[in-house]
Design a binder for this molecule. Structure first.
Ligand code: SAM
Ligand code: SF4
Length: 332
């Protein structure tokens, strides 16, 4: 019989990691994430902070030990500090972490650290202001660099940069990004672009394998494979010259991570997605907003939904669009 305090799927995987997208809105428009003209969800369809906190309680009662707050851009969501504080006070939660584009960290780094966020992932694809603007369509690199500086002072346990490298866009910046991470004393992960939602341009043509990125890094540094895990999809190496720093590779194409998948995603509209690239989901908003729906009924619905979790994402390098959901609506 299934242990009532845990979540497990049909493939023997234990689910203890929840990613919560708190909004699909964003102050940037990254070319790999969304089209230039993005339509966002009406606010009435987005879960309230109280609804997310209620679900946080239910998921932690079911064995979830790690929560990542993401989006869209989580720092454009009103009440983000209240949400983080409420989640961080949940007794059985071990890790509360957040992914941001960094543009508002000058204002938010300290309140987030004070609200119990332990680690930050900050997305940064280019160190050249004009290219940064082109990749984000509207972003200002200086805001992010100053945001990283502020975050360094705010008392997080660890900061990691996330970079997407695209051929013909920023593939000549791999070593610069590594050098920047070394100078800042932060970790760095490279994420292969995934076919999530329609965007302008051809993803297959600009696809850059992490195997190639690793070879570029190895031209300057001695790389040592590491077996360590951060509870997510990254595989890590250390550089002999800077052994404290980790370089991660999230490689859905060249090195799929599904066999160890321990995650599910809650979208801003309250859909519980069982896999980032499949549509299998349950509608938790509808259940939350049904009068008289008890926590134990919600618990049971979440446990049952685990049977819908697919074995793997089925991305391939030849496919254009696998999912019609863009990453901002999925919770990357
Ligand atoms: N706005 C925040 C940020 O950019 O960090 C959080 C949300 S964003 C969707 C989370 C991560 O997803 C970012 O690191 C971003 O680079 C990544 N991402 C967005 N679209 C992607 C795609 N099509 N394939 C792979 N990663 C993607
Ligand atoms: Fe916004 Fe993050 Fe998507 Fe860029 S990757 S458009 S910052 S949600």
């Amino acid at each position: 019989m299934m242990n009532p305090q845990t979540l497990s799927d049909n493939f023997g995987r234990n689910i203890d990691y929840l990613r919560i997208s708190v909004t699909d809105r964003c102050d940037l428009r990254c070319v790999y994430c969304m089209p230039a003209k993005m339509r966002f969800t009406p606010r009435s369809e987005v879960l309230s902070i109280e609804e997310i906190l209620r679900l946080g309680h239910i998921f932690t009662s079911l064995g979830v030990r790690k929560i990542r707050i993401t989006g869209g851009e989580p720092l454009v969501r009103e009440g983000i500090d209240k949400l983080c504080l409420g989640l961080s006070r949940m007794n059985s939660l071990r890790e509360l972490v957040l992914t941001t584009n960094g543009s508002r960290l000058q204002q938010w780094a300290k309140p987030l650290a004070d609200s119990g966020v332990q680690r930050l992932n900050i997305s940064l694809d280019s160190l050249r202001p004009e290219r940064f603007r082109a990749m984000t369509r509207v972003g200002n690199l200086m805001d992010v660099l100053k945001g990283i500086e502020t975050a360094q002072q705010a008392g997080f346990e660890r900061i990691k940069l996330n970079s997407i490298v695209m051929k013909g866009w920023n593939d000549d910046e791999v070593l610069d990004l590594v050098q920047f991470a070394v100078n800042e004393g932060v970790d760095l992960s490279f994420i292969e672009e995934m076919p999530m939602g329609a965007v302008e341009g051809n993803r297959v043509i600009r696809q850059m394998s992490n195997d190639v990125i690793r070879k570029i890094i190895a031209t300057r540094y001695t790389l040592i494979d590491s077996l360590e895990q951060s509870g997510g999809p990254s595989r890590y190496v250390r550089m002999a010259q800077y052994p404290k720093l980790r370089i991660g590779f999230i490689s859905p194409h060249s090195n799929p991570f599904c066999a160890q998948c321990n995650r599910v995603r809650l979208t801003a509209t309250g859909r519980l997605l069982l896999c980032l690239a499949h549509e299998q989901s349950i509608d938790l908003r509808q259940k939350l907003r049904t009068p008289g729906q008890s926590d134990s009924l919600l618990q049971a619905a979440i446990q049952d939904s685990m049977q819908l979790k697919p074995r793997s994402h089925l991305f391939s390098t030849t496919e254009e669009v696998v999912s019609w959901r863009n990453m901002n609506a999925t919770g990357g």
